[in-house]
Each structure stands twice: as structure tokens, then as C-alpha cells.
Design a protein around this ligand. Structure first.
Ligand SMILES: [Mg+2]
Length: 359
């Protein structure tokens, strides 16, 4: 590798992204750019380190402070994806967000050198098409309704709806969105904001209103597996753990406690592609369902997550929408989106380029 660097990647959103535990008006990410030299050819790879504090422990200043350590990787031989993972772990100790971005940038360079889409470096058989949901943030019922109407007009049929601050408000907002999108499915995400009682109340009220709920993501606090298990047992819909899953040990604890039917895999939580693949395969072996999502990320980060989903194949819940929420995306490529349907690029690497460079 010739060089590697970290720079801010802050992009404004169209609407505030409001969830139970945070509010964002811009992305809070860093861009990792790596120049690798393989068999005399110099290739540039990209990775996105997306913070969503406090969902991620890290915030943008932590990543920028780590730049000198990341730059110290220059000169390192990177021949296989495993080398990328090892290098990333070495300099991003304690920061899965940064580790994931370094690994992604190096894997991009390797895949470009091989002339193959990055997902083909991760698995033999892969998916080329994915269908994503789209997020409705916590907002007033009229605002949520207006957003739902706009997304339905664009062809979306499945909403990831953020809840978890005030259950009565959430019932009213979802019922209103259901009113303008009666055929839509809802994936409810409380970002750890509810007690089991509130989560079960929400599910009962939505069932009474005829709302189709596909799953309930992280109803209760990260450590409260008893509460998660109660919702999983009594709620009548699959529970998907997000904040409660940051490692393989977490996966085993969730399964032991019967606290979730599925897990949300994110590169930024698990520290990278290879680890996320392993955790995904382990979850499948335990009979669990899989969601693949991200933080609040540009087309670059969404493409990396989409390649993970493609390598795992048949992912039950793709949550790969955040590039749709940006006022303008600094990247092009990666996938073609027709409404919620993503067709992954066949270009080498992620197939993502900075908009300026693409012309
Ligand atoms: Mg979530």
C-alpha cells in the first residue's frame, strides 16, 4: 500500500434524522482513501467510517484524531482480504467504525486490482439485487404522513419507522402513515427506547389498527435481555437485535436468552466485512434472521453494506436507504436504484467513485 488517509465526510440530510437516542442534520462520517499498488498497478479504494453517536461510541473527532495511526499503514503489503482486516484491526483498536472503513477501502483496492465486484471476493455465490425499506424518522404525525406519501409515490412498500420516545405519539404517527400507505409493511425500530410493556402496547395498538408489522427492532435497552425476551415471546412479531449485537459474544448471549429472532448486521458495529460475514453465518446457523443496515451513510457506505447483504444472500430485511436521505450525495455508482430495488454494480471494487472525479 502506497498511502492511506482519513478526512471528514459531512453531508447534509434532506430531513432531520430523529431516533429515540439521537438527532442528526448531517452525516458525521470520515472518508478513508487508500492507494494500493498491486503487480505494478496503482488503485484507489474507498471506505466510509460513519458515526452515529451515541449509537456508535465514536464520534467524528475520534476518527480524525486517529489519522496518524492510520497513515502509519503506508508501505504495508496487502495481498488478500484477510490482510486488510488485520491491518485495520491493528491501527483502529477499540474503534469498529474506523476499522470497518479501513478494511473496506483496502478490499475496494484489492477487488479493483482483481477486476471484480467486491462481493465476489467475499463469497462464491452472491445476490445482485436487493430490495430495501426506507426510514420514517420520529416526527409529528402530519410530517410522517407527508414523508410516507412521498416514498409511496416513489415505489417504496416497506417502512423502517423510528419510535421509542413516546409510545402514544408513535401509535398515532404509524396509524397516520398506514392511512396513506395501507398496503405498506412496517419495520418498527425503538433504538432501545422502550420498556417491554410499552413495546407490547405499541404492537397491540398497531395490530388493532390493521398495520402489518414485519419485525420489531431493538425494542428495549441493549443490556436488558429479559425485556427483549419478553417482547420476543409475547409480541407476535420477530424481534431483531441491533444495539444489543456488537460481537459474536453478544450473538450467543441473545440466542441463549431467546431475546431476538434476528440480528441487524452493520459493518460499523462489527468492525468490518469479514467479521460481519462470520457473525451473519453464525446467526443463520442458530436459525436467526438477518437484517443488514448502516448508520447514516452515503452511497459509499450503503454500497459496502449492500455487498455484505449480497454475499450473505437471501437477507430477510435490507435496510439500505440512508443515501436516499441526503440532500446531495458526494458519490456515484455502487448500485442503480429503481425505487426500493437496488441492482448492484458490476464494476470492479465497490464501483463507487467521488462525484467530482466521475465528472
Ligand atoms: Mg436500528
Amino acid at each position: 500500500m502506497v498511502s492511506i488517509d482519513v478526512a471528514p465526510l459531512v453531508v447534509p440530510l434532506t430531513e432531520p434524522f430523529v431516533i429515540a437516542s439521537a438527532r442528526m442534520d448531517t452525516t458525521r462520517a470520515a472518508l478513508v482513501v487508500a492507494d494500493v499498488e498491486i503487480e505494478g498497478r496503482r488503485l484507489r479504494g474507498y471506505g466510509e467510517a460513519a458515526c452515529l453517536h451515541p449509537v456508535t461510541r465514536e464520534d467524528l473527532p475520534d476518527l480524525l484524531a486517529a489519522a496518524p495511526r492510520v497513515q502509519s499503514l503506508a508501505g504495508r503489503a496487502i495481498a488478500r482480504a484477510r490482510d486488510a482486516t488485520a491491518a485495520a484491526r491493528e491501527v483502529a483498536e477499540g474503534s469498529p467504525v474506523l476499522s470497518a472503513a479501513i478494511e473496506c477501502a483496502l478490499v475496494d483496492g484489492l477487488a479493483r486490482a482483481a477486476g471484480r465486484g467486491a462481493r465476489h471476493l467475499l463469497a462464491g455465490e452472491v445476490d445482485d439485487e436487493l430490495v430495501t425499506d426506507v426510514t420514517l424518522p420520529i416526527a409529528s404525525a402530519p410530517e410522517v404522513t407527508a414523508l410516507a406519501r412521498r416514498w409511496v409515490e416513489r415505489g417504496f412498500t416497506c417502512f423502517k419507522v423510528k419510535v421509542g420516545r413516546d409510545v402514544d405519539h408513535d401509535v398515532a404517527a404509524i396509524r397516520a402513515a398506514h392511512g396513506v400507505a395501507p398496503g405498506a409493511a412496517f419495520r418498527v425500530d425503538a433504538n432501545a427506547g422502550f420498556s417491554a410493556a410499552d413495546a407490547l402496547f405499541l404492537l397491540r395498538e398497531l395490530a388493532r389498527a390493521g398495520v402489518r408489522v414485519e419485525c420489531f427492532e431493538q425494542p428495549c435497552p441493549r443490556e436488558d435481555l429479559d425485556a427483549m425476551a419478553k417482547v420476543a415471546r409475547e409480541g407476535g412479531v420477530p424481534v431483531v437485535a441491533d444495539e444489543s449485537l456488537r460481537s459474536r459474544a453478544d450473538l450467543e448471549a441473545l440466542h441463549r436468552a431467546r431475546a431476538a429472532h434476528g440480528v441487524n448486521l452493520k459493518l460499523t458495529k462489527l468492525g468490518g466485512l469479514l467479521e460481519a460475514l462470520e457473525v451473519g453465518r453464525a446467526a443463520r446457523a442458530l436459525g436467526m434472521r438477518i437484517m443488514v443496515g448502516g448508520m447514516v451513510e452515503t452511497r459509499l457506505g450503503m454500497t459496502c453494506a449492500a455487498n455484505l447483504a449480497a454475499a450473505l444472500r437471501g437477507v430477510e430485511y435490507c435496510d439500505l436507504d440512508t443515501a436516499f436521505l441526503l440532500a446531495s450525495d458526494p458519490f456515484v455508482g455502487g448500485y442503480d436504484a429503481a425505487g426500493p430495488r437496488l441492482t448492484l454494480s458490476s464494476a470492479p471494487g465497490w464501483g463507487v467513485e467521488p462525484r467530482a472525479a466521475a465528472g
